[in-house]
Design a protein around this ligand. Structure first.
Ligand code: FEO
Ligand code: CA
Ligand code: CA
Length: 693
């Protein structure tokens, strides 16, 4: 639909929470984190107290028996060489001159903001659902039956609230999708749900089974860009990972005292992953999936030993109440979720997890060398000398940006060696320094007199293998209590670092800051320049020498989001009368031309979330256009562009998640006209054009 109808009044009036989110999203997504104090109470000064051709993060050849070509999405397929460049030049980054000007090739008519309960795509494009909550994943899975759900069925069916999506081709017309299932919304899943304390135990078991992730085989429908779920015959790779699947723990913190529990005295085995938000892929063809708001799943934090409490508080757990409000009460099924009885169980969540989508019998691995925080995403690339680099955001207000650089080098085709790269390396945290006088950063979003929010930065080492760089903390402590380690070295407090991705065309790195309503006049800085940052912004980083392995960088802000009529917004200098309003950027990817595709979460401009495209080079730099909008109450996740550039996938997470909605009074009936069902969708051009062209 090209011209969506005007906004309509929806049956339920939502009381929005901080930013543009529904209060219901706040409850189920992150355990009402906004209602609690900001966990980062350090007084870090906010500012500057002061290849090898790179293989793109998602493009690579998978060595191994399958010999399958593993190319993921946005990476435009196989990696473009990162052009050699001089030392970074902040002015070049700021003015968009990084990389040669090129034609972005985007030519679609933007979708207007709307509040329809529909997926609305740009004129000339079509869309369809690929897989939705409850669809059979394993060959023995039963059909979905909303009013007769069981945990046994859910553990074989597609889970709830899909987020990160990535793709592994099995051939030109078949492939595997990996999809995260971030969290459950029991108030929309079950009739009559009130809270975890009153819920039937079977509902809690269903919720455990609806978390995690899925591997599903998909195939292309004819010559169009439409992809669909394979529903018949052998589906040898299809798999569900849940909150009860067995995982191993690896890396320097594995086996340490902080990870040991009564049930696991080895400190090397844990069951389940929780709140997996975004992720990444490795050059050897595995998935990295990231545990984000895992702190909300535990009770009994008031009963842990006193000396442990500061560590829980720093990760947003309340140590004053036995049962946090809105708790799902997983402890009613598994006692380990009660920290008063099993205080270390919480340390076994909050990691980056590696999963092999090509081996459904493999045991997923939690990689402790990458640190423990509210992991949003884990984007891999290679340093010029071949070391593996992983960029990671900690999605919390005033949290930090991190990267990991492996000690050893990636060896193409040597799978066993490559899998060890994520177990030994250096974990860094970012410090941003502005180049304009502090007095010129007035908090309104007005550019300083040099015309740019920009400056330089350093990556501060926290730990290398089993050697800590933080005084007073062991390597194990740095990895398990990473936020506290980063506090000590003066990292820069950011406005909720979400996705971080590296352009396969220019090598520049983009950091998405979703929003931060708590950013105040006293703590604006050039990298987080707006008071009460409701709409978020994106930072562009150019690593020294365009080498992801280096420890200094230049940075600038090409996009300050919001209503373009708001003088506090910035679209890389592009004419703001020509751009789409955009609010709360979250996950990003690239097309083959190097255009940035941005999905949003929590649009604070009173319209549905969407997917946007923004050229990064040439005269079109900053020309943001909305490509699609998701149904009412949903956020847009996991944008993924197919290797042939002719299909774009998005995860429609939490449709109908509006305060007061229930199965008997839903605020969305997407996609089937019944109950709202989180789904992965695909869009393509009717004439087979490249996405966005
Ligand atoms: Fe799950 Fe940071 O969004
Ligand atoms: Ca400046
Ligand atoms: Ca998100």
């Amino acid at each position: 639909m090209a011209n969506p109808s005007p906004r309509r009044v929806l049956p339920l009036l939502d009381a929005p929470h901080k930013g543009g989110r529904s209060a219901m999203t706040c409850r189920f997504r992150c355990g009402n984190a906004c209602d609690h104090g900001v966990p980062n109470t350090t007084d870090n000064e906010y500012f500057g107290d002061l290849a090898a051709a790179a293989v793109s993060r998602r493009g690579a050849l998978r060595a191994g028996a399958l010999g399958a070509l593993v190319v993921t999405a946005g990476a435009a397929g196989m990696a473009a060489a990162v052009p050699a460049a001089a030392e970074p030049d902040a002015s070049a980054a700021a003015s968009g001159k990084h990389g040669k000007p090129g034609k972005g090739g985007l030519a679609f008519t933007p979708v207007a903001p709307n509040t329809q309960d529909a997926l609305v795509v740009a004129d000339g494009y079509e869309s369809s659902v690929v897989v939705r909550w409850g669809d059979p994943v394993t060959e023995d899975a039963p059909a979905f039956d909303f009013d007769n759900q069981t945990a046994e069925a859910q553990a074989r069916q597609f889970g709830y609230n899909c987020d990160y999506v990535t793709f592994f081709p099995l051939g030109p017309n078949r492939g595997l999708l990996w999809v995260n299932h971030e969290y459950t919304n029991e108030a929309l899943m079950f009739r009559g749900y009130t809270d975890g304390g009153a819920a039937p135990v079977e509902q809690i078991k269903i919720a455990l089974a609806a978390h995690g992730g899925s591997v599903v085989e998909i195939r292309k429908n004819g010559s169009s860009g439409r992809w669909e779920l394979v529903t018949k015959g052998r589906r040898r790779y299809n798999r569900r990972i849940t909150a009860q699947t067995r995982f191993t723990i690896s890396g320097p913190a594995a086996g340490g005292d902080l990870l040991k529990t009564a049930a696991d005295p080895s400190g090397r085995t844990v069951y389940g992953m929780l709140n997996n938000c975004s992720g990444g892929t490795t050059p050897w063809g595995t998935v990295l999936t990231c545990e984000e708001n895992w702190n909300q799943y535990f009770v009994g934090a008031n009963g842990v030993p006193e000396e442990q409490k500061p560590y829980l508080t720093r990760y947003g757990l309340s140590t004053t109440s036995a049962i946090p409000s809105g708790s799902r009460r997983f402890d009613r099924v598994e006692e380990r979720f009660d920290l008063a009885k099993h205080p270390h169980e919480v340390n076994r969540f909050g990691w980056v997890v590696e999963i092999d989508p090509f081996d459904p019998t493999s045991t997923p691995v939690k990689r402790t060398a990458l640190g423990r925080f509210a992991h949003e995403a884990a984007t891999t690339t290679l340093a010029k000398d071949g070391r593996l680099v992983v960029y990671m955001g900690d999605d919390g207000r005033f949290e930090y940006l991190y990267k990991f650089v492996s000690t050893k080098r990636y060896i193409h085709g040597f799978d066993r060696h490559n899998r060890s790269l994520l177990d030994e390396g250096t974990l860094y945290v970012a410090k941003f320094t502005g180049d304009s006088p502090a007095a010129e950063i007035d908090g309104s979003g007005k550019l300083p007199s040099d015309g740019a929010f920009d400056g330089s930065g350093t990556w501060i080492p926290l730990v290398t293998g089993s050697k800590s760089h933080v005084p007073g903390m062991t390597a194990e402590e740095v990895l398990v209590h990473t936020r506290l380690a980063a506090d000590k070295v003066g990292a820069t407090k950011m406005d909720r670092p979400e996705d971080v991705e590296r352009s396969p065309v220019t090598g520049a790195v983009y950091v998405v800051l979703t929003n931060n309503s708590n950013r105040a006049a006293a703590n604006v800085d050039e990298a987080n320049p707006r008071i009460g940052n409701k709409h978020g912004h994106i930072i562009e980083i150019v690593e020294a020498g365009d080498d992801a392995g280096r420890t200094t960088f230049a940075w600038s802000i090409p996009l300050v989001c919001g209503d373009p009529k708001d003088p506090g917004t910035y679209f890389a200098g592009f004419d703001k009368t020509q751009v789409s309003p955009i609010s709360c950027p979250d996950n990003i990817t690239f097309d083959a031309e190097g255009n940035l595709w941005i999905s949003t979460d929590g649009n604070a401009l009173a319209a549905n979330d969407g997917l946007f495209a923004m050229p990064l080079r040439g005269s079109d730099r900053g020309h943001v256009r909305q490509f699609l909008t998701v149904p009412f109450g949903a956020e847009t996740c996991g944008p993924l562009i197919s290797p042939d550039q002719r299909s774009v996938f998005v995860a429609v997470q939490h449709p109908g998640e509006i305060n007061g909605a229930t199965p008997d009074n839903p605020s969305s009936r997407w996609p089937d006209g019944t109950q709202p069902r989180p789904s992965v969708v695909v869009s393509w051009h009717k004439q087979g054009k490249k996405i966005g062209s």
